[in-house]
Design a binder for this molecule. Sequence first.
Ligand SMILES: Cc1ncc(COP(=O)(O)O)c(C=O)c1O
Length: 451
Amino acid sequence: MPIAERLSTDAYADHVNPHWVKLLGLLEMNVSYERCVGTELFTADGRRILDFLSGYCVHNTGHNHPAIVAALKDELDKSGPVMLQSNVPELAGELAERLVKLAGGGLSKVFFASSGSEGVETAIKFARAYTGRVGLLSCDRAFHGLSCGALSLMNGDYWRKGFGPLLPETATVPFGDLASLEQELATQRYAAFFIEPIQGEGGIRVPPAGYLKGAQDLCRRYGSLLVADEVQTAMFRTGPFLASHHFGITPDMVVLAKALSGGLVPVSAVLMSDAIHGSVFSSFKRSIVHASTFSENTLSMRAGLATLDVLEGEKLGERATQQGMELQQRLDDVLAGYEMVKAVRGKGLLLGIEFTAPQSIMLRAPFEAFAKIHPAMFGQILVMNLFRDGGILTQICGNDFMVLKAAPPLITTSSQITEFVSAVRNVVELAHHPGAFWSQALGMARRAISS
Ligand SMILES: Cc1ncc(COP(=O)(O)O)c(C=O)c1O
């Protein structure tokens, strides 16, 4: 077929990922976006969608923030040394200085990389080098990334199957359970315990009071490093700069990524102490023993600095706290009494609405039938409805399909929160009656089977 006659998504389907195109089609979410500004996404067919997913916590500063875009344009206009790899990239020093100051807790050095997974890989290597131990401990339902090392820290079969053998001497413990953690750490096999202070893909799970502090004490007692994976939770997403700050812990390493560069340039950063850093970079001969081509590139560093300016200048942490409380309260209010709504939880603007299987007979039958087709079916119908009828973009959690995310950019306004809450209430109301919601599920199941 001549190129001009092909659909704009055909080349992607032919050469990148046909199944993704099919899935988006099934969910009626395969639309073309023309402009993304702040919390709003404008489609080629004239719709306006509110983003309550933020690219999985990438867009804390909103889409295409003008100050970050201007900083990047300015950097490009300079024709400076973007990836020379033979100089001292001064902006990396500036960004590192600001990050460790915001993080506090004795973190003083930074290794920059390009993705969350690469940050986690870095933390694995540094933890092993520092402790001389091999083992790596993490939590049930964690999400740490899909490169082989990061994947070794995740226990979901869906993600792991077919990619083994992964790293040896890894184990997971239930999130929030100090006794199981102590049992493992006491073996003194583990270089590090990796944890998301609030689990993102695991279902926006907030740990029980005292758990993270207890985990830190146990790590120190048994000689394992505490690594906070704050890829989703940092950059003021939950209110403070790090979610760790809610819980009074001072991790030995912190992994940042996603929102660090305003959603415009890939970047990640691993914050650590001098001592941990020195265990890898122990002499000038070893000054490049851990490195990465795109690490410290000028565009990422400049975007990172501009992003911090926006986050601090617009007080987006305080805003996340206030708007998060408003969003949580209003969701609690409108969803009270619906039998399938179990809880609204989270911190700041990282919230999740947890659903549960219905008890009433008229809803139980269709719910169970669709759960048998695919456990994510119920959640995906919610997502599809919200998108199509409510003009809301969000998703369910990757490791808990019964939790719907509410994580807009931190600049979200009260009227956008009103729109979201009303759209969620409408779809929840629909799901509590036999009829339209469940027949849509049937339609989707049929389309899935025939495609
Ligand atoms: C908590 C957490 N850690 C690590 C990662 C991996 O990041 P990336 O996709 O940038 O490799 C993710 C990705 O969603 C994440 O949510």
